[in-house]
Design a protein around this ligand. Structure first.
Ligand SMILES: [Zn+2]
Ligand SMILES: [Zn+2]
Ligand SMILES: [Zn+2]
Ligand SMILES: [Zn+2]
Ligand SMILES: [Zn+2]
Ligand SMILES: [Zn+2]
Ligand SMILES: [Zn+2]
Length: 1755
């Protein structure tokens, strides 16, 4: 087993040789020689194999040390000509660093880009530079780096503004152009040159060396042994698991070693897996090859001679060294660049840099990374050589890309990835385009790699293989490069740039020609298609090219000459594509309404049609630019406008739009989903700019050059609707003839779509150039229409808008004009709402609405109108005028063919007998008429006096139809329709139209006479219409009111009926309401028996009013009284372990089997919390329910392996009413009855009685023990039990059998969960755990009330009150279900902690006891003792004695831990507390007499009393909660509010003197011995001297850790976090524990650990120590909160970080700056403090089933 051999020692003979070595001497020898190259090679040949690769395990530390000593040191001496430590320092001093920051990014480090100033999104700043830059005040974007790349601070080309941060601001004295070599002596330059040349040559030789057994000449080792390595190389084909499996077989290693090998191979690209002689290694190689060659090409393995490996190791080291040395001086850097780029002996492209680049794909990952880094820190940091390097890079570009495409490593490991560093620099890009013809090179390389073509030379992706698909993915990176080159548009054009750009465009058009018409489809009739055709590749191509196409157009838009040439070229290309568009297609003549046109016979539904038309679309884009840049008007003679054939231009885009319409009409159903998807993407925001939008523009362009009648006839023909509309007779007969219903349906949809298309052609004028609009009008309109659907969040809007190549939508510039922002609350997100004044711009037929959007928007807008009391018409909005080039489009509205079509639809609507029309058809017709009217009105308004408006829509619609049939005019038809009963919904719109017609007529008449009064005249007209309107609306409103009243009356009648029928049910539910509230509130609000102050503990305690407590079972709805002897009622409950209150997270978890939980340490490190949703059931009902859940779960597991959000096997279930996660039930028990208070013993007497009782119990218990314990037999007999203490009496349990059963159930559950053990109802620790849980839950609730600033009583929800009552009462009863002696044993030990008892051996010292836990446990366990007492001693008296004793103990505890006095401020208090201060000093001094110097001296009682008073408050409040719930005493109203004087009320309620010190001073004699006993416990002194955990009081509530306001601070923190297990590697998923602040390496193999025999991830493992199984984390890279509970439960939760738009960014995709939202963080903290995290997970998992399937334990 090679890998396991121990490291070999370096032979001692070598050591002496090394010791005698002098770097200085070697260097001076080198200075003498003539052939330095040979000399250095000899040196390397001799030493390298002696240092590196001497055994199976490399030893990097000693290797590096030796390499430094023997190899680098002489080089440095030579270089400096003196001691390098001084020489290099001098260099550094004289260096004038460049202004570039050049900080290289680590994986996960935050990077910043300014959205206002960055030249392109790849320009980024490091955090330090960003914070010192002007951009932090701008709109910026933040992302995490994927590693590689560097900070662009200081690069003036990267930033439009503010290129320098404060640190990199250039000094004015520096002249930038200075040659860095100027400061260096020629001697130095020469030496430097020599060393760099040799070292770089050596490194290049070795890294590109491909022989396994030989070395380059001059490096052959003096002696070579039979030592080889079996080297395994990385590939991206084989999985981790395959490699691990193979290695275990091949080199016989353990799985752990194999994992480590595989990890290294993945990281470094190669790893030796075996060392030994040749045969040994060869054998391993053959096994690996054999094992991995079955499915794919085998893993690459080489058997390499150790000396080869050694030299390669040193070669890497040498590159590191070069990078290090040039860091000292820009001059050295420049020399290295020079050396690297110097042309080699082989001529062109033979420099060392070229050699490295060209061998890139042959090298392993590690080697590539090292030399890429060197390139970045040398060539790319020197502006002069960056340019030269860029030229070389461009020259080799094609070769490098081809290598990359064949290679299988990711792009980040390829040298081609450096393109971004050069191509995005505008000056370099421009230079490369003009000098190296880069644009053409890139496109040509791209085209060359896509070889699947059909017969016409078009791309064909139909049947391309997986391998081709893989290659296709890799080729796409070329498009990225093209994008970089084009991203900044030239401000000036040289002739050469024009020439090269147009050459590039030519190549680009060649690419487009291959795409024009690709992936054509043919409608499937009869059978469904057999196989979904491949469509994604073509769309991927289109999508990737979208930005390029847009950028090309933008380039053209900056130069008229380029635009004109480009337009010509594009037109030629289009003509070439469709030269024969009429070939083989029959010409036909269409005629209609007195017009006729020649076209071809072509049916989309029968012939091939393609959705890909990039040439047409580019031409459309350029055509718009002609208009926008006014080239069309200024240089018409230079444009080939006469060559344009409008029918040819529109043909293909029209086919494509018809295809969409037919798909909508359901005609292409048999073509499957692939077509549906294509249509979807065609309209999708990602593609539409260069697809759908451009097709529409092409139609507009074509139509603007055609007779509108001809255009419409061709449209009709392509929609295959011509036969319906061709003549008036056809239209009429179409309606009468009852054809196939499906066909009618189809035609209806087609007509709707066609009308919509006409609307778009006439109405879409928001593209600058088509209409007369500003650039931002388009985006405004988009936003308005989105917000017309509903208010939207920022991110939703961004998603709905097209992004440019800079990922900008332009939204921020205009959003505030059209919308107002509404901030989010604690949940939800911020929303933008449309400004009301913008609603009038709403266009129901907005071209980017999907049908769903359209109907949502329609509904929303109608609702808005209703709310505003307006009429319901949604008329078209006002439109901007067309640009002159498109101006003729308006004539479509008034052309004969259109009017004929409008008339036909209206006619059908008037006689709706056949049903061959639809309401949406009519709606569209009305909309079109509205558009015509608006157009006319607009033109009339804008026309000047002498100019006649030729657009006369009103006239046209008033004229009856053509002669033969004499159809009614459109207007007449409308008037007719106004009264049609079946068109109620459209009446408002028709009324609007008629009103418009009237108003326009008035306008015309007025202009005919005196146009000056136009305005007022039409106004009067409008007013009249208005009045009529008002009356109509009033009538409608009245109708609506009557209708509403009728409905209401009907409903209340129905309700009465229902109530009568279900009387019983109603009564029950009311009672249930009452009952569930009663358990707690009844106690509180019952009138107190007397005016006396309320007291909750002791013989004077107030009596609760006896009241029958009746509750209703949520399952069977039956009522039940809570009585000891009746059926058990239970409360659903959830018990969990908790560390929420822990003051010591370092305490290791207890050993569950041996842990003694009797005393809780005051650090509260682990507790058991019980919560409940407050829902009550019969125990038997619950049992039946739970069994059903179990059975269901069993069935489910058998059927399918679906998980549930709860673990039935662990007793978990969901509350049947509220689905709250529960894992047990608490029985409800009646309150304790008050005992009649006869004379009760005082403290002294009680201490005596109690002592006797304990002694008696001691002896009784000893008797029970097995014989053999006989040592103290006789002494016991002398302790007779006190009178009335019946030690042998075994009391009867007062409880019914079901209650007894439930006592056991809950006890066992608490024990099981709290200790994390298997259930065991016999374990004596069961009752202890129950008491502990009661105390812990009380404490936790007390803390919550403080944190939330709520009063002690009256503010808790019922469910918590109920839960506490049941817990307390259960606690006092649980001894009945356990063995009495063991409970008494607990009691004895608890008491012994207060009253020293020689028979109890190990009592904790009072510093190690949490007093509330002690109080609760001792009070609750006393029941077992009291049951044997018949002396009339009341429980109340005993409770009070214990309470007083423990209170004193707690004060002592606090005095011991109070710590030294703080800063002495105003200490003088009024006389009120003078007494307390004196008393406390007295007590403190007593303690000091017992403990001496362990306690510091304290001068004033003021400080002590303050400490005690604030420290004891939580305990007193906890005690009050406890006794209130245990004894059911009503609470004083003063404690229901936060007001002054609480202390006195609280003390009174607890039967305490308000000067607590009286407890001690009044019983001094009795307490003094106890005090002495406490102080003399050895633990006290030890703890005070620092030997234990000292907790000070009051214990502050724990908070989640503080988070920084700026999220990037967290990213930065996480980016420097390295995995603690894999030596310095960056963690991929750094995750922050919000409870303790630990950073963890989550979701990764490296940090998995074993927990209870299972591998778990770092987070899960951490929760068990930090949160007792519950964890709250922040996944820093994802910006996501993670809740974990146990191993199987978890959910994600919205992070508390929001951007300025009030949104979270889970996954950090948007990159807006994020800031902490304290409100939301407090909400998470509250969930944690309330112990609701697990419950939250449960709800999340119930709501989202996919969460259940996640392997949470591996996070
Ligand atoms: Zn920087
Ligand atoms: Zn900087
Ligand atoms: Zn900026
Ligand atoms: Zn029931
Ligand atoms: Zn519930
Ligand atoms: Zn933690
Ligand atoms: Zn790790």
């Amino acid at each position: 087993m090679a890998a396991a051999e121990s490291d070999r020692e370096v032979p001692s003979a070598l050591c002496t040789e090394f010791l005698n070595f002098s770097a200085k001497d070697t260097a001076s020898k080198w200075l003498q020689v003539t052939d330095l190259y040979k000399e250095v090679y000899q040196h390397l040949a001799r030493y390298v194999p002696k240092i590196y690769c001497l055994g199976p395990n490399l030893n990097p530390q000693s290797e590096d040390l030796l390499a430094q000593l023997l190899l680098q040191a002489p080089l440095e001496w030579y270089l400096c000509g003196e001691d390098p430590s001084t020489g290099l320092a001098k260099l550094e001093q004289n260096n004038q660093p460049s202004q570039l920051c050049g900080h290289v990014f680590r994986v996960g480090e935050p990077t910043y880009s300014c959205r206002e100033c960055a030249a392109d999104p790849t320009c980024v700043l490091c955090m330090q530079c960003f914070l010192g830059s002007v951009h932090k005040e701008h709109r910026y974007r933040m992302t995490t780096s994927g590693g590689g790349g560097f900070c662009d601070c200081g690069d003036t080309e990267a930033w439009k503004k503010g290129p320098y941060c404060q640190k990199h601001e250039p000094n004015i004295s520096d002249s930038c152009q200075e040659d860095p070599l100027a400061h260096l002596s020629t001697d130095m330059i020469a030496r430097c040159y020599n060393v760099f040349a040799i070292v770089l040559k050596y490194a290049v030789d070795m890294l590109t060396w491909d022989k396994e057994d030989e070395l380059p000449p001059g490096l052959e080792p003096p002696d070579r042994g039979d030592t080889y390595y079996c080297m395994l190389f990385n590939d991206e084909v084989h999985t981790y698991e395959q490699v691990i499996y193979t290695l275990q077989k091949a080199v016989n290693c353990t799985q752990k070693e194999a994992v480590s090998f595989a990890t290294t191979v993945d990281r470094d690209g190669r790893k030796s897996v075996r060392f030994g002689d040749f045969a040994f290694c060869e054998q391993a190689k053959s096994v690996i090859v054999r094992n991995t060659s079955r499915q794919s090409k085998p893993l690459r393995v080489q058997v390499m001679h150790s000396s080869v490996v050694a030299h390669q190791c040193f070669a890497l080291k040498a590159l590191h060294w070069l990078g290090h040395v040039i860091g000292y001086s820009d001059a050295l850097r420049r020399i290295l660049c020079q050396v690297g780029l110097e042309r080699g002996p082989e001529g062109e492209n033979s420099s060392l840099v070229d050699t490295l680049m060209l061998c890139d794909s042959k090298m392993w990952k590690g080697a590539r990374n090292v030399y890429h880094q060197l390139f970045m820190s040398s060539l790319l940091m020197d502006l002069k050589y960056k340019k030269l390097f860029a030229i070389q890079f461009a020259k080799n570009y094609e070769r490098l890309q081809s290598d990359y495409v064949k290679d299988d490593h990711d792009r980040e490991f390829s040298v081609t990835d450096l393109s971004v560093q050069m191509f995005t620099v505008p000056s370099l890009a421009r230079m490369l385009i003009t000098e190296e013809n880069l644009m053409t090179t890139i496109i040509r390389t791209f085209v060359d790699h896509l070889r699947h073509r059909d017969l016409q030379g078009r791309f064909q992706f139909e049947r391309y293989t997986a391998q081709q698909a893989f290659k296709f993915r890799r080729v796409q990176s070329l498009i990225g490069d093209l994008k970089y080159v084009l991203i900044s548009r030239p401000t000036e054009w040289s002739d050469q740039l024009r020439e090269k750009f147009l050459e590039g465009l030519d190549t680009f058009l060649e690419l487009f020609k291959c795409m024009q018409g690709m992936d054509p489809v043919v409608r499937q009739v009869g059978q469904h298609i057999e196989m979904e055709p491949e469509w994604e590749a073509a769309f991927t191509l289109q999508m990737k090219l979208t930005h390029i196409i847009s950028m090309m157009q933008e380039w053209c838009a900056t130069d008229e000459r380029v635009l004109i040439e480009a337009y010509k070229k594009c037109l030629t290309a289009l003509t070439h594509c469709h030269s024969g568009f009429t070939d083989g297609e029959q010409p036909i003549t269409l005629s209609m309404c007195g017009h006729s046109v020649d076209t071809i016979r072509y049916c989309v539904s029968q012939e091939k049609v393609s959705i890909h038309l990039p040439v047409s679309r580019l031409l459309a884009g350029l055509h718009v630019l002609l208009s926008k840049m006014e080239v069309a008007y200024r240089f018409p003679e230079q444009l080939p406008l006469s060559e344009l054939s409008p029918p040819m231009l529109i043909e293909h885009p029209l086919r494509c739009l018809v295809l969409c319409a037919q798909v909508h009409a359901g005609m292409w159903r048999r073509n499957g989903f692939s077509l549906v998807n294509q249509i979807y993407y065609y309209h999708n925001v990602k593609c539409r700019v260069e697809m759908f939008d451009k097709d529409l523009i092409m139609l507009q362009a074509g139509a603007s050059m055609m007779d509108p009648n001809h255009f419409l006839m061709i449209v009709l023909s392509r929609f295959e609707l011509y036969h319906i509309f061709s003549s008036a007779d056809c239209r009429k007969s179409y309606n009468r003839e009852n054809t196939n219903k499906d066909v009618v349906q189809q035609n209806n949809t087609l007509i709707e779509e066609m009308l919509h298309l006409i609307m778009m052609v006439v109405g879409e004028r928001f593209e600058a150039g088509v209409g007369q609009v500003e650039g931002c009008d388009e985006i405004k309109r988009e936003i308005i229409h989105q917000l017309c659907i509903r208010p939207m969040a920022h991110s939703e809007l961004v998603k709905a808008l097209p992004e440019n190549e800079n990922k900008e939508t332009g939204m921020e510039r205009v959003i505030d004009c059209v919308a107002s922002f509404k901030k989010p609350g604690v949940t939800g997100r911020g929303l933008y709402e449309l400004r009301p004044e913008c609603a009038k711009q709403f266009n129901l037929y907005f071209h980017h609405y999907s049908r769903a959007d359209q109907s949502k928007a329609e509904e929303a807008q109608r609702k808005l109108k209703r709310q505003n009391g307006e009429d319901m018409a949604l008329p078209p909005p006002m439109l901007p005028p067309f640009s002159p080039l498109f101006a003729s489009l308006v004539n479509i509205l008034q052309c004969d063919v259109l009017l004929g079509m409008l008339g036909a639809v209206l006619q059908w609507a008037v006689e709706p007998s056949g049903g061959h029309w639809s309401e949406s058809m009519l709606q569209r017709v009305l909309h079109l008429i509205g558009m015509g009217l608006l157009e006319e009105q607009q033109q009339l308004k804008n026309s000047s006096e002498d100019h006649d408006v030729s657009f006369n829509f009103t006239l046209k619609i008033s004229r009856p139809g053509e002669a033969p049939s004499n159809t009614a005019s459109v207007l007449a038809l409308l008037e007719n329709l106004q009264n049609a009963p079946h068109l109620e919904v459209h009446k408002d719109m028709i009324r609007w139209i008629l009103k418009m017609v009237a108003s326009i007529k008035t306008m015309r008449e007025l202009t005919a006479t005196t146009y000056t009064v136009t305005a007022s005249g039409s106004h009067g007209q409008e007013e009249m219409v208005c009045d009529k309107d008002k009356a109509e609306r009033k009538r409608k409103a009245e109708m609506a009111r009557l209708r509403r009243e009728k409905i209401m009356a009907q409903m209340s009648e129905m309700q009465r009926h229902f109530i009568n029928e279900n009387k019983e049910l109603f009564k029950q539910s009311l009672e249930e309401l009452y009952a569930s509230a009663s358990t707690s509130t009844s106690l509180e609000h019952s009138p107190t028996s007397s005016d006396a102050a309320l007291v909750c503990v002791g013989p004077r305690r107030s009596r609760p009013r006896e009241k029958r407590q009746v509750v209703t079972c949520i399952l069977c709805q039956e009522e039940q009284e809570i009585r000891a002897d009746s059926k058990a009622m239970v409360l659903a409950a959830f018990v969990q372990r908790s560390t929420v209150m822990s003051k010591n997270r370092k305490r290791p978890p207890h050993d569950p089997e041996h842990y003694d939980p009797l005393f809780m340490h005051p650090d509260l490190s682990f507790g058991t919390h019980t919560g409940s949703c407050g829902h009550i059931m019969h125990s038997h009902c619950w049992q039946r329910y739970f069994e059903a859940v179990q059975a269901k779960e069993q069935r489910r597991q058998q059927r399918l392996r679906v998980h549930t959000s709860y673990d039935v096997g662990n007793g978990e279930f969901l509350c049947p009413l509220c689905e709250c996660l529960s894992n047990t039930v608490i029985p409800l028990l009646p309150g304790t009855k008050g005992s009649n208070s006869c004379e009760q013993p005082g403290l002294g007497q009680w201490l005596k009685i109690s002592g006797q009782q304990i002694k008696a119990m001691h002896s009784a218990h000893r008797k029970l023990q097995p014989v053999g314990v006989d040592a103290v037999e006789e002494t016991e007999e002398q302790c007779p039990a006190p009178e009335n203490f019946r030690i042998d009496y075994t009391p009867m349990s007062p409880y019914s059998s079901t209650i007894k059963e439930m006592l056991t159930t809950f006890g066992t559950a608490t024990y099981k969960v709290g200790l994390k053990v298997h259930p065991n109802e016999q374990d004596p620790r069961v009752p202890i755990m129950c008491w502990g849980s009661c105390a812990y839950t009380i404490q936790s609730i007390e803390r919550l009330l403080v944190d939330e600033e709520k009063p002690l009583f009256g503010s808790l929800p019922c469910r918590q009150d109920d839960c506490l009552s049941s817990l307390a009462r259960f606690g006092s009863a649980c001894w009945t279900a356990a063995s009495q002696p063991s409970v008494q044993g607990h009691y004895i030990r608890l008491v012994a902690a207060l009253i020293p008892d020689p028979q109890v051996e190990t009592s904790p010292c009072i510093l190690d006891i949490d007093m509330l836990h002690l109080l609760v446990s001792v009070v609750l366990s006393y029941g077992s003792v009291h049951s044997q007492d018949s002396s009339g001693l009341s429980v109340d008296a005993v409770q009070l004695h214990f309470f007083h004793l423990i209170t004193v103990a707690h004060m002592v505890q606090m005095l011991l831990t109070s710590g030294p006095e703080e800063v002495t401020m105003e200490q003088e208090s009024g006389g009120a507390e003078r007494e307390e201060e004196e008393d406390i000093c007295a007590l403190y001094n007593t303690l000091r007499t017992h403990l001496g110097s362990s306690l510091p001296e304290v001068a004033s009682g003021w400080h002590l009393w303050r400490c005690v008073k604030t420290g004891i408050l939580p305990y007193l409040r906890g005690a009050a909660l406890f006794f209130h719930h245990l004894n059911g005493v009503p609470t004083p109203p003063e404690l229901h509010a936060i007001c002054p004087g609480q202390w006195e009320v609280l003390c009174g309620y607890l039967s305490l003197p308000s000067n607590l010190l009286q407890l001690y001073h009044s019983q001094k004699e009795l307490l003094e011995p106890l005090l002495y006993g406490w102080c003399s416990h050895p633990g006290v002194r030890q703890t005070l001297q620092g030997g234990g955990v000292l907790v000070s009081f009051p214990r502050e509530s724990n908070s989640l850790i503080d988070l920084p306001d700026d999220y990037s601070a967290l990213i930065n923190q996480a980016s420097s976090f390295t995995c603690p297990k894999s030596g310095g590697d960056k963690s991929r998923a750094p995750t922050l524990c919000l409870v303790c602040g630990s950073m963890l390496c989550s979701q990764s193999y490296c940090c998995q650990t074993e927990l209870d025999g299972e591998d778990v991830g770092a987070c899960t493992a951490h929760t068990f120590a930090c949160g007792a199984g519950v964890g709250i984390f922040l996944r820093v890279r994802e910006s996501q909160v993670l809740f974990l509970s146990g191993k199987t439960k978890g959910c994600f939760y919205a992070p508390p970080y929001l951007d300025d738009y009030g949104e979270t960014d889970q996954g950090l995709r948007r990159g807006n700056p994020l800031h902490l939202c304290r409100q939301r963080y407090r909400k998470i903290q509250k969930l944690w403090r309330q112990h609701s995290v697990t419950e939250e997970i449960g709800h999340a998992q119930e709501a989202n089933q996919t969460l259940v399937g996640i392997d949470w334990q591996h996070l």
